[in-house]
Structure formats: structure tokens, C-alpha cells
Design a protein around this ligand. Structure first.
Ligand SMILES: Cc1cc2nc3c(=O)[nH]c(=O)nc-3n(C[C@H](O)[C@H](O)[C@H](O)COP(=O)(O)O)c2cc1C
Length: 202
């Protein structure tokens, strides 16, 4: 079949994209409002961008009524955020934190997710996350307008908290210990347990 994306409604284009572009890593993003209220939400349009300078990106799209999500409002106001990575053990809490709460109501408090202070920025991190990247806002690129339009958030990575319990004997992250999950289409997720090696050409 051929899919002409110019003929698809945004909602349907979204459905096709998330059920084909997968698995997607999950950025579990903690932010803070100027008045100190914290916020936490998952985003699977997420990737590393470059190591020079260390940069990542994730994409909160606008809500169905065209407004910005709380994460975007906080980052625009404060310019800092934490990208926490999601292990299998955290899947339920991560999913709960995707609930639409009124602006200013904290997912940390509502769902009993334990926060830990960050070292260099104001938003806290998720204490149980195996890896947490403290970031400052590099820039926001807006793509499209209205419902589902993108706010592409680029963050400069200042430092990472890496759990000692996810390191292997060589001092590097051990994928089996990290046990990260990825998002597939719909409500499906995958685990990162089944792996294989392919030797790179010179
Ligand atoms: C696994 C997962 C991945 C998600 N990925 C995205 C995404 O990439 N972009 C987006 O805008 N919303 C995504 N969502 C939905 C947001 O988490 C949800 O809209 C949330 O309420 C936004 O919170 P906020 O308003 O506090 O920023 C995802 C939800 C889940 C469960």
C-alpha cells in the first residue's frame, strides 16, 4: 500500500508514525514552574543529537486544543529540565505520569514518585531512574501550528546521574542491568533484553 501523508488528518498521521517508527526510547522529563511546582511527563519522540556539544532532543506536541503542554510552559519559563530514563521497573509510574493534570499539580506528588534534588539545576530528578540527564534549554524549534504541532526541545546535557547498580565490571553501563523500555505503537512497550552483535566494517 501507499500512504499519502498529505491526505491524512494529523491524528491518523500520528497513528501511522508511532506504529512504524519504533521502538522509541522514552524521555521522562521533570520540570519546575517559577513558583516551585514540579512536573513530570514521558515523551517518546526523543533522541540524542550530538556529543559536541552534548545535546539531546525531545518533542512535546501541542494538545488537541492547540495549547502547550505543562512541560513546554515550564521549560520556556525556567530553561532547565531533567531527562530521566525509564527501566522496566518504572513502567507503571511512568505511564501514570502521562495523565493530564491541571497546570501546577505535580505528578511526583499525585503518583508518589520519589524525587531527588538535581546537582546543578532547579527541577528535581526521579530518584529511582537508572540514568538522569540534567539539561539546560539550548533552543526550541516550532514545527507546524495548532493541535499536535511540535515544540522540538533541544537540551544541553550538563551532567548525568548514573546508578552504580547499572554499571558492569568495566565501569560502563550494562544494558541488561539498565533494563530500559521502549515505546511501540498504541499501548505496547518493548524491553531491551534480546540483543545481538554485528561487527562494524572498517
Ligand atoms: C510512553 C509515552 C510516550 C509519550 N510520548 C509523547 C511525545 O513524544 N510527545 C508528546 O507530546 N506526548 C507524549 N506522550 C503524552 C504525554 O506524556 C502527555 O500528554 C502528558 O500529559 C504531558 O504532560 P505535561 O502536560 O505535564 O507536559 C507520551 C505518553 C506516554 C505514556
Amino acid at each position: 500500500m501507499l500512504l499519502d501523508f498529505s491526505q491524512l488528518r494529523p491524528r491518523d498521521a500520528y497513528g501511522w508514525m508511532i506504529s512504524t517508527i519504533m521502538p522509541r526510547p522514552i524521555a521522562w522529563v521533570s520540570t519546575i514552574a517559577p513558583d516551585g511546582k514540579t512536573n513530570l511527563a514521558p515523551f517518546s519522540f526523543f533522541q540524542g543529537v550530538t556529543a559536541n556539544p552534548p545535546t539531546l532532543m525531545f518533542v512535546p506536541v501541542n494538545t488537541r486544543d492547540g495549547t502547550k503542554k505543562d512541560t513546554v510552559r515550564n521549560i520556556e519559563a525556567v530553561g532547565e529540565f531533567v531527562v530521566n530514563l525509564v527501566s522496566f521497573a518504572l513502567a507503571e509510574q511512568m505511564n501514570a505520569s502521562a495523565a493530564l493534570l491541571p497546570y501546577g499539580e505535580s505528578e511526583f506528588e499525585k503518583f508518589g514518585i520519589i524525587a531527588a534534588p538535581s546537582a546543578r539545576i532547579r527541577p528535581p530528578r526521579v530518584a529511582a531512574a537508572p540514568v538522569a540527564f540534567e539539561c539546560t534549554l539550548e533552543r526550541i524549534v516550532h514545527i507546524g501550528e495548532g493541535p499536535l504541532a511540535a515544540n522540538v526541545i533541544f537540551g544541553r546535557i550538563l551532567l548525568a546521574h548514573v546508578g552504580d547498580d547499572v554499571l558492569g565490571a568495566d565501569g560502563r553501563p550494562d544494558a541488561a542491568k539498565l533494563d530500559l523500555i521502549g515505546r511501540m505503537g498504541g499501548e505496547a512497550y518493548t524491553r531491551t533484553r534480546e540483543r545481538f552483535d554485528v561487527e562494524r566494517p572498517d
